[in-house]
Design a protein around this ligand. Sequence first.
Ligand code: FAD
Ligand code: NAD
Length: 467
Amino acid sequence: MSDQAFDIIIIGAGPGGYTMAIRCAQLGMKTAVVESRATLGGTCLNVGCIPSKALLQSSEHFHAAGHGFATHGIKVGKLDLDLPAMMKQKQSVVDASTKGIEFLFKKNKITWLKGTGKLLGGGKVEVSGESKGTYSAKHIVIATGSEVTPLKGIEIDEKQVVSSTGALTLGGVPKTMVVIGGGVIGLELGSVWSRLGADVTVVEFLDRILPTNDGEVSKQMQRILTKQGMKFKLSTKVTAAKAGKGGVTLTLEPAAGGAAEEMKADVVLVSIGRRPYTAGVGLEAAGVQLDERGRVKTDGHFQTTAPGVYAIGDCIAGPMLAHKAEEEGVVLAEMLAGQKPHINYDAIPSVVYTWPEVAAVGKTEEELKAAGVAYKAGKFPFTANARARAMTMTDGFVKILEDEKTKKVVGAHIIGPDAGHLIQELVMAIEFGASAEDIYRTCHAHPALTEAVKEAALAVDGRTINI
Ligand code: FAD
Ligand code: NAD
C-alpha cells in the first residue's frame, strides 16, 4: 500500500472521528484522519465540551468562595477575580486534551492529513493544505461535525454578539448579558458569566427552558437558576440585535407576535442550536445526499447514499453529543472490521453542567404519555439525602420512570449535585433492562448521593425509607 493509500480515511478529528480512528487502528486498519484545525479534538476539545467545562468548574469555585463557604464556617476576605488566569487555566485544560489526542494518534500509528478534505468519488479524497494531495481508501467516513445555527438578521462578531466560541474567550465580565436560547449552551455559558458577576437574561422562544428535557425538570431548573440570579423571558423572540458603542440593542417580540420592546446588553450570546457542517466536503460530486434538515442521510448503519462512504456524529441524525459521536465511531469501526457491535440510542445520557447539574436518560414523562405507555414514577428529593445536606446542595431530585407492563426502567431525570455522574447507574439499568427493584436491591454506599437513586427506585414501588 502506498503512502497515499489507506484502509480508511476519516474526515474530521472530533470525538467521532478521533475515537473511530483509534478503534480502526486497534483493529489493524491503516488509518488516516483529515483535519483542518491546527489541533485535534474537533469542536468538543477546542471550543466546546472541554473549555466550557473548565470555565464552569472555575466559575463555580469563584461563586462558592463568594456565596457558599460562610455556611461551612469559612470566612474569606475580599473576593477578587483574575479572569486572565481563569482563561489560562481553561486553555491549559484544552491544550492537554488536544495534545493527548496527538499522542494517541502517534501511539496508534494514525496518519494526520493536515488540511481540508474533499470527496472526489471513487474512494478518493483530495486534501488541500499542509498535506496537499489525493489519497485513496476502501472506506471513507464523514465526521465533519456541526456549526452554530445563525439567527436571521443578527450578525455574530464574536465580540459583542457572540456564539459559544466567543463566549468562551470574553476579555472581561460584561455588566449585562442577553442569552438568546434557553438550551444547554445558553444555560451553561449563561451560568459561567452570571457566577462571575454578569446580570444575565435568557430569552427563550418556547414557553420553557431546556425544552427537550422532562417538563418537571425544566420548571424546577428555571426556579433554581432564578434563585441564583438569572432572569428569564419565555415565549419571546429576538428579531434584531444592533451592536454599537454603548452595547447591543435588541428588539424583542412575543413569540406569538405582538408589541415589540427594546433591551440593551453589553454582550449577546446566540445559542439557538447547532446545524450539521458539510460545506465544501464535496458531498454532491460523490453522490452523498442530505436529509431535509441538512444532515448526511444514512441508512441506520452509517452508510450514506454513496457506496463506501459512511457518516457519524453531529453531521448525521440524533443528539449532538460527544459521547454519541464516539459510540458511533467505535460501532462503525467494528462493523467495518466484520464484527457485530450495537448502539442503543435509548441509553444515551445527556448532562447539562449547570449547578446543580441536570442529567437525563431515556424517555420523559411527556414522551411516555404521548406514546400511551403506562408507567410508574418514583421520585426522591436531595433535601432528604444526608450527604447532599452535608454538601449544602439540596436542590433537586431523582426521578425514575418504569414501564408498568415490562417492569423495565425506561427513563430517569435528575437535578442535583453531580447528576452527571449519578445518571450513569440509570444508563446501565436501561442498557441491561433492569427494573427499579434491581436498582434498590443493589447495595448503595452510605452516606452518598447515590442513595437518592436507590430511594427513587424504592419510590417506584411506594416503599421509600428516608422520606
Ligand atoms: P466535531 O467535534 O464538530 O468535529 C468535526 C471536525 O471536523 C472539526 O474539528 C472540523 O474542523 C473538522 N472538519 C470539518 N470539515 C472538514 C473538512 N472538510 N476537512 C477537514 N476537517 C474538517 N457534547 C457533550 O457530549 N458534552 C458536552 O459537555 C458538550 N459541551 C459542548 C459545549 C459547547 C460550547 C459546544 C459548542 C458543544 C458541546 N458539546 C457537548 C457538543 C459536542 O461538542 C459535539 O457533539 C461533538 O463535538 C461532535 O463530535 P463530531 O466528531 O461529530 O464533530
Ligand atoms: P439547544 O438545542 O440545546 O437549545 C437551543 C434553544 O434555543 C432551545 O431552547 C430553543 O427553543 C431556543 N431557540 C431556538 N430558536 C430561538 C429563537 N429564535 N429565539 C429564542 N430561542 C430560540 O442548542 P444549544 O444550546 O445551542 O446547543 C447546541 C448543541 O450542542 C445541542 O444539541 C447540545 O446537545 C450540544 N451541547 C451539549 C452540551 C452538553 O452535553 N452539556 C453542552 C453544550 C452544547
